[in-house]
Design a binder for this molecule. Structure first.
Ligand code: G6P
Length: 607
């Protein structure tokens, strides 16, 4: 995984690449590097850590050249240090790479036996050595690629720069995304079109297995060992604007506060605000014939899927399963004819989710993408797209994209339920109106976050924290625990409240914080019993509930956060906000980097 960029321009390449890399930093920030070629000289600058560290190196030691490649890394092979930072160089060849060369060990052994000396522990370096071996042996760069590509296995994308070749870049894509940008007497490569947006909107998306030879005058695309193919150019609609943090301390804080808008925009993209009518996206258009829905996702998007299952079953009356993409893709699930798979992904680039989408298709399912990024790979490969309208999300921990996914899913369940005759007009109206009431209630919660400060302080100092919920609140408990652990590094577990007695209850001792997500809905009384079990063992109960819940149970909790009254069906969207706030404020208390927590990346493009 990682972000990669390449530039053949008339202007200095480094500032253009640094801007593009800033747009790609969501893909990893373990190290960064750039290389340029001037005449016969390849030069590079690299630094461990975030892009800002590379910027400092470049200020001390500037890099000239109008042709270059750049990289921001999420470490897979080899620790995140200087020697493993890309670009990797062998002889005349420099490479930046995203993904994994799975047969790197065999190739490394072969190259070493011939005398190659490796500088890093990365899988990437074999590509540089293989190409250099061919070129040193007299092959042209194009011939070298044609020979090397069939030797590589795995899911990857890479860009190559060669000493003495100021008007040439080579690029390849197998599963990992890669976009080529066509400029006026310039050519660019980037992991996505957003990275290239300030440079050009003319994009050629490479397909799986493609490789390309780029010159300022144009691009030629090939497959396999060198068969030329045509790939059409399209005009990208992605915005070049760099979104700032405004007056917020972190993107995550801003994105938490963006939610009233993100939810409202998403809702109105699914349900017509005038008529209350919903339109069903392509693969679900024939609602009555949908045999089953299989939701495929990773991380926070998976928890959106778990929530959606309740809605799709109870409101739409459709059989539904939710699958972790990384597990689904290697199984042989038995899926019915007429089934639809929904690939859920903020970025639209998570490789496991993409592979799961492809797998679902081979199993005879139509595929719908529920994504936040319109031109993403998952959106482009699906049979239909339902867009969340959360706007760009930069915080690694997903917030507004999650509540937008929930909103889209509930809108979809209502539309499907009505089209299938599972709910009547009155029930549809009730649910649509409940959904329309969500943005103002979210705004009310965000108006005063001081209530969360002292609780967050306690969580930031805890060793273990449990999150419990039942029914529709169960996925929110999972999401709350994920948020806390990923940005504060405090161990947190989310559990179905009823399952607590089968294990996690052993963790409860004096003052272990237990966050209980419990609006006063049909599951409330049972959750109350589980809360009593926690209290009886000395756990410190933090109850997230509404006024009625507080009246019923307030005395029995150590802390009660009272949220606005809301229909139970839409409560998960509202109850996401306090768990996000608790995690965010705990991270601020602890001083961890909420936007770029260690070891994580926003979009995970390795398997
Ligand atoms: C990473 C991110 C998470 C995200 C997950 C799935 O782990 O850190 O915030 O939920 O990937 O990403 P996707 O873009 O597919 O929703």
């Amino acid at each position: 995984m990682c972000g990669i960029v390449g530039v053949l321009s008339g202007e200095p390449a480094v500032p253009l690449m640094m801007d593009a890399l800033r747009r790609l930093e969501y893909r990893g920030y373990d190290s960064a590097g750039v290389a340029t070629v001037t005449g016969d000289t390849l030069s590079r600058r690299r630094a461990p850590g975030k892009l800002s560290a590379l910027q400092e190196v470049l200020e001390r030691e500037p890099l000239k050249g109008v042709s270059g490649i750049g990289h921001t890394r999420w470490a897979t092979h080899g620790p995140p240090n200087l020697e493993n930072a890309h670009p990797h160089v062998a002889g005349r060849v420099a490479v930046v790479h995203n993904g994994i060369i799975e047969n790197h060990a065999v190739l490394r052994a072969e190259l070493k036996a011939e005398g190659a000396v490796f500088e890093s522990a990365t899988d990437t370096e074999v590509v540089a050595h293989l190409l250099d071996r061919e070129i040193s042996g007299g092959a042209t760069p194009q011939e070298a690629m044609a020979r090397v590509m069939p030797r590589l296995t795995g899911a990857f994308a890479f860009v190559v720069l060669i000493a003495g070749e100021e008007d040439l870049m080579l690029a390849a894509r197998r599963a990992s995304p890669l976009a080529i940008g066509i400029g006026d007497g310039a050519a660019y490569v980037g992991s996505d079109a957003v990275a290239l947006a300030p440079l050009t909107r003319r994009i050629v998306y490479l397909q799986d297995g493609d490789w390309a030879v780029l010159r300022r005058s144009g691009v030629s695309v090939f497959i396999g060992d060198g068969t030329p193919v045509e790939r059409t150019e399209q005009v990208s609609t992605v915005s070049a604007a760099m979104v700032g943090k405004g007056n917020f301390r972190h993107f995550m804080e801003k994105e938490i506060h963006d939610q009233p808008e993100a939810i409202a925009h998403t809702l109105h993209a699914v349900i017509d605000p005038g008529t209350g009518e919903a339109t069903l996206p392509g693969p679900l258009a024939d609602a009555a014939s949908v045999a089953k829905i299989t939701i495929l996702a990773a991380g926070t998007s998976f928890y959106a899927g778990l929530t959606a299952r309740y809605w799709l079953e109870s409101i739409a009356g459709i059989a539904c399963e939710v699958e972790l993409a990384s597990e689904f893709r290697d199984r042989k699930p038995v899926l019915p004819a007429g089934g639809v798979a929904i690939a859920v992904s903020q970025s639209g680039e998570s490789l496991d989710t993409l592979m799961a989408l492809r797998h679902a298709r081979t199993l005879g399912q139509k595929v719908l993408a529920l994504v936040n990024v319109p031109e993403s790979t998952i959106a482009r490969e699906a049979d239909g797209v339902l867009l969340t309208r959360a706007g760009p999300e930069f915080g690694v921990a997903s917030t507004k994209a999650f509540t937008a996914q929930l909103t889209a899913f509930l809108g979809l369940a209502i539309a499907l339920g009505f089209a299938r005759g599972h709910i009547d007009e009155a029930e549809k109206r009730r649910l649509v109106s409940a959904l329309e009431g969500v943005p103002s209630r979210v705004a009310a919660v965000l108006k005063d976050v001081s209530r969360y400060q002292s609780i967050a302080h306690g969580l930031s100092r805890a060793r273990d924290v449990l999150y419990l919920g039942r029914g529709l609140s169960y996925p929110i408990a999972l999401e709350g625990a994920l948020k806390l652990k990923e940005i504060t590094y405090v161990h947190a577990e989310g559990y179905a409240a009823g399952e607590m007695k089968h294990g996690p209850i052993a963790l409860i001792e004096d003052n272990v914080p237990v966050v209980i997500v419990a609006p006063s809905d049909g599951w409330f009384d049972k959750t109350a019993s589980n809360m009593a079990e926690v209290r009886a063992r000395g756990g410190r109960v933090i109850l997230l509930t509404d006024a009625a819940g507080a009246r019923a149970l307030g005395e029995a909790a150590d802390e009660v956060v009272v949220l606005p009254d809301i229909a139970p069906e839409v409560a998960p969207i509202l109850y996401s906000i306090p768990v996000q706030l608790l995690a965010y404020l705990a991270a601020v208390e602890k001083g961890t980097d909420a936007d770029q927590p260690r070891n994580l990346a926003k979009s995970v493009t390795v398997e």
